[in-house]
Write a protein that binds this ligand. Sequence first.
Ligand code: GTR
Length: 413
Amino acid sequence: LTLFCARAQMPATNYDESQVPAYTLPDPLTTIAGKKVTDAETWTSERRPELLSLFESEVYGKAPGRPEGLHFEVLSEDRYTLGNMATRREIAVYFTESDAHFMTILLYIPNKRTDAVPVFLGLNFKGNHTICDDPLVTESVSRIKPREEGGSEVRAKGFPRAAAASRWPVEMLIANGYGLATIYRGDIDPDYDDGFQNGVHPLFYREGQTKPAPDEWGTIAAWAWGLSRAMDYLETDEDVDASRVAVIGHSRHGKTALWAAAVDPRFAMAVSNDSGCGGAALSRRCYGETVARINSLFPHWFCGNFNRYSGNEAALPVDQHELIALIAPRPVYIASAVEDRWADPKGEFLAGVHATPVYELFGLEGLSGTELPQTDAPVLSGHIGHHVRSGDHDITLYDWRQFVKFADKHLKR
Ligand code: GTR
């Protein structure tokens, strides 16, 4: 007896390299009309906009720009926190002219500074108060799936303080001269399929619109939009050097960081940690998580049009190496973990390899080497950095140490 349901029809997850289908990647340096791109100027003026718009309409969905009514308010400031090493600020970013809808940026700035500092900016999963042991951080309002719809009561009560501290080495960043800005992603859009009713989407619906059109923003694009709104604020903060902001994310937030950097050239650097399918991993390898699986498990992440490619990766007009290429010539770091096969470490590495010709157009080294490097041997030389860490799906102090080394090369004066 065969059970007919979407999941049952899904092919088994492939973790066997010999079962990776033969595929041909789209060439980042050939336009839709078939023209070869041989210089940086043609890339920037013709090919890049064309590719960006394909990713918008087929993968993540188009987002609105900066709303006219966007405004900021510093809610709190403490000049002597983290053992007097840092200044903490909390900033409300109001999405429209009203004060009803906002996200809160938690910002730490090193007190030991002579000038405006470079900053790492990234979304957090569980609330601003969970990223470190600082009792004065305002608790984020947990926005998870309601219990009636299968959500969990425990999580609805909110996560304890410092619950995610292992993922956010604030003191290490401060000691190295970096600021840190983070936002609870639920402030922008909750991470469940709510028909796009509870996050930022409804603020921008046209008259009569009730959900995004098939080529309009899903949740990842909304989160990326929120990161750009955070950048709007950072540009106004005199302790921050907005020309040296690295956008960073782990896993679904890694997908988001890459898309944010692709859309918004103000980000000087991007870091993708274990971002996998829809992030740095090549979709056509169908290794670990696939387009069909991600669309069925997380129907809200991508735009409606992305469903066309479930089980049909060969039809994608783009692949994820071109997402990395959209960030060129800015530096990108792609981090993987060897046991995180679901995210396809090799596919993530190969995206860097195949984005490299675009960096070369700018006279820069992209990713150095074409063979997957050894575990725990970071490749930091070019404008695409990379490592495969030992261990599983997570973002660790080891990962961050490599990001800081890479940022020291590209963002430090
Ligand atoms: C998984 C998902 C991945 C990755 C991960 C995470 O369940 O399949 O694409 O995003 O969650 O965000 O931790």
